[in-house]
Design a binder for this molecule. Sequence first.
Ligand SMILES: [Mg+2]
Length: 268
Amino acid sequence: MESIDFDGLLLDLDGCVYTGRTAVPGAAEALTGLAEAGIPVVFLTNNASRSADEVAEHISSFGVDARPDQVLTSAIVAARELALTLSAGSPVLVVGSDALADQVEAEGMRVVDTASDDPAAVVQGFSPDLGWLQIADACRAVRSGARWWATNLDRTFPTEHGELPGNGAFVRVIADTTGATPIVTGKPSQTMMDAGVRALGADRPLMVGDRLETDIAGARAAGFPSGLVLTGVHREADALAAPLEHRPDYLLDDLTALLPGGSPRRLP
Ligand SMILES: [Mg+2]
């Protein structure tokens, strides 16, 4: 039996640690075991709907010690990237959650509500409260020349009720309406993977996630190993049928496969 050689873990959340509000079986045990073994963990999530504080609190509710500074969301990374590109105080139309708007403000930009405020940029992330008016405003702003950023392109995410529409589904609406293409900051982008590796500070990082075209593709492109955990969106058959650039190094039945004595399966 082969164990995985890693000294730090980048771990996706939806479908790996929780599904909706429900903990994924084995996740709490695995996180506790990794903490006891002194392996640092950074949670790397494309879900931009909640703040790092809220996410850490959710994970902690499963009896696991999780700090906000271990949580890197695509909202945090998107706001940092906007700040590198736009001048301070630039008006930004946020099509997404309060958590995303708070990040954009924290990075020194001015959040505006409508296309009539002449935004320099539109940033779009998942929010369960998103409606037609906000999408329409984003279309107007993008057509007027605002730069368009998307936190991620995940078409779905797993919930207790099966897969439901993710940010990518709504990004497609704006793309179809305007003909524009967004800049994407979440996984599999190099920006997000670099931010994760920096936060982790490990020499031999391992990325584990449940989605091939984001979690696994991001690790592949960044040049470190990855494991597909079979508790979320993608199954073993998906991994075996995936193109090389989406192919994980390991399959994990659940996260306890990462613990000493666990049984990750190496893919050929
Ligand atoms: Mg996931």
